[in-house]
Design a protein around this ligand. Structure first.
Ligand code: XMP
Ligand code: MG
Length: 184
């Protein structure tokens, strides 16, 4: 159950969260990312590959800020249970598209340890794309332990669990228009 009160603290199941980024903060940042990607790939018909489930909200906004032809695809990788990273990365749903010679833009919601993206980029490299560009809405800089290059980052945040704008706590919170951080 989600409850909202006047102090803007929200409760999701057993945990309390406070606002971190508003809908307007996110919109401005997504616009800037879309502009940067348009400059880079506006005439190259890139393939946006969104990592489900968390990135679906970000991806849907980002592609609408991209000007030019583009295609969109989804991949489902599971590496997370509750609020702590688990060891394994599991491919639940794969890529059907032929990536050979394509400019691939990987869209992720949040990079924590980097395990998910590191693993996924290795899979992509085997499919000989023309280029791989990584975009993440959020990055927890203190937590990145796997080597990955992030080309575009929405916001750097502290290493604290967040929900909203596609991100969930135990399935809930994805529909929140802003991003909320676990209350200390
Ligand atoms: P790694 O460690 O692989 O983690 O970089 C990235 C994946 O873990 C999930 N994740 C979160 N999900 N709030 C969430 O709702 C968080 O604070 C959080 N941190 C990591 C996310 O699914 C991402 O794909
Ligand atoms: Mg999640």
């Amino acid at each position: 159950m989600m409850e909202q009160n006047s102090t803007e603290t929200i409760k999701i199941r057993d945990l309390f969260f406070v606002p971190l980024f508003t809908e307007a903060d996110i919109r401005a940042r997504v616009q800037a990312l879309g502009t940067a990607l348009t400059e880079q790939f506006g005439d190259k018909n890139p393939l946006f590959v969104s990592i489900l489930s968390g990135a679906f909200v970000f991806a849907s906004d980002l592609i609408r800020r991209f000007e030019g032809d583009c295609e969109v695809s989804f991949v489902k990788l599971a590496s997370y249970a509750g609020t702590q990273s688990t060891g394994a990365v599991q491919v639940v749903m794969g890529l059907e598209k032929d990536l050979h010679g394509r400019h691939v833009i990987v869209v992720e919601d949040i990079v924590d340890t980097g395990r998910t993206l590191h693993h996924f980029i290795e899979l992509l490299q085997d499919k000989s794309p023309a280029s791989i560009t990584t975009v993440t809405l959020l990055r927890k800089p203190d937590a990145v332990v796997f080597p990955i290059t992030l080309d575009h980052i929405g916001f750097d945040i502290t290493d604290r669990f967040v929900v909203g704008y596609g991100l969930d706590y135990d399935g809930l919170g994805r529909n929140l228009p802003g991003v909320y951080q676990l209350k200390s």
